[in-house]
Design a binder for this molecule. Structure first.
Ligand code: FAD
Length: 317
């Protein structure tokens, strides 16, 4: 028996979340007296996993899996779990993993808990703490099935280094046409930018920036900090920015170390999606803007004056 993680990668390289769930799984595995096995798809170099306590990696190389396909990937994870006799399977909470996890759980007749934060409160019975109500509350969930699938909330555990002597083997799951009933017709890649999912820092702009022609402010600050760019919903609805940047309750969730909101009022639907970020900084000309109530640091003033100065100062470091 081993604990299995799905170590996500993109363009042949592990995503950072893979290291977070490896770190988490290592600790859970210790508490239930087992080892950590990772399964990964089309990842060129798997050796990095040895820094985060993974004992074994199952490498899947298959051209048919070069584009993410939830059903097929879920079948790969299911077969890996069955091969290893895994009773606990840990996935992250990226868009892909959120999509995958229910398929994996159904395939293994497993109980599934999403949005898990922290280590299991108890392993017998198996109880985990989960974010609820857009991260405003927690609930305690007990999973009573033999096999358990956990979706770890992003950036909730962190990356912890612990060396292991990693072994790796090629894994050839058997896939058939039924695995590919979801057809991916087109994939548009965002290039040259840090993605919101992988970013440590996100710089987000709202309607206070007046128009798309002013987004240089956001992009320049993001470039200095190696950050991803994001926006409020109206900004993407207006077509100022692509929908892939829309964050909030109905957009992408953000759980970064630093979230800087520029010209965003802080409506409840926006806050719901970003309030798991560790440090929130708000720049807004209206001292009554609701965002200031949840901010760790706030600057009251005109973004068009403040942001270029901030970017310049950071460049000088
Ligand atoms: P505004 O509310 O127009 O605020 C602009 C802010 O910029 C103001 O606070 C203003 O003081 C400030 N400002 C103006 N000029 C300057 C300046 N020169 N310098 C600095 N600050 C300045 N919204 C989301 O973002 N994400 C969601 O997922 C989301 N989901 C929703 C779901 C539903 C069902 C509904 C009903 C709404 C949802 N919304 C969502 C919309 C949300 O309610 C707000 O309307 C939206 O977040 C407001 O966007 P904003 O802050 O960019 O714009």
């Amino acid at each position: 028996m081993s604990l299995l993680i799905y170590a996500e990668s993109a363009d042949g390289k592990f995503k950072k979340v893979a290291f977070e769930i490896a770190s988490y799984a290592k600790k859970v595995a210790e508490s239930i007296g087992t080892t950590v096995t990772a399964v990964t798809v089309n990842t060129a170099d798997v050796s990095e996993l040895s820094k985060y306590g993974v004992d074994k990696v199952l490498k899947v190389s298959n051209d048919k899996l070069s584009t993410f396909n939830a059903k097929a990937y879920a079948d790969v994870i299911k077969q890996a779990a069955q091969k290893e006799g895994a009773k606990v399977i840990v996935l992250s909470s990226t868009t892909d993993s959120i999509y995958l996890a229910p398929f994996v759980a159904v395939g293994l007749e497993a109980g599934f808990a999403s949005n898990v934060v922290g280590l299991p409160l108890s392993t017998s019975p198996f109880q985990v703490k989960r974010n609820a109500f857009s991260n405003k509350a927690f609930n305690i969930t007990e999973i009573s099935t033999d096999v358990k699938v956990l979706g770890l909330a992003k950036n909730s555990y962190g990356i912890v280094e612990s060396n292991s002597s990693l072994s790796s083997e090629d894994f050839l799951p058997s896939l058939n046409d039924a695995d590919f009933t979801i057809k991916v017709e087109n994939v548009e890649k965002i290039t040259g930018q840090v993605t919101i999912a992988d970013a440590e820092v996100v710089i987000s702009g709202g309607r206070g920036l007046k128009g798309p022609e002013n987004w240089g402010l956001v992009e320049d600050l993001a470039a200095v900090l190696g950050a991803a760019t994001a926006c409020s919903k109206p900004v993407s609805d207006l077509g100022w920015r692509p929908h892939s940047e829309h964050v909030g309750q109905t957009g992408k969730p953000v759980a970064t170390n630093l979230y800087i909101a520029i010209g965003i009022s802080g409506a409840i639907q926006h806050i719901a999606g970003i309030n798991s970020s560790k440090v929130k900084v708000v720049i807004n000309s209206d001292p009554e803007a609701p965002f200031f109530k949840v901010a760790d640091y706030g600057v009251v003033g005109d973004a068009f004056e403040i942001v270029p100065k901030l970017t310049q100062k950071l460049k000088e470091f």
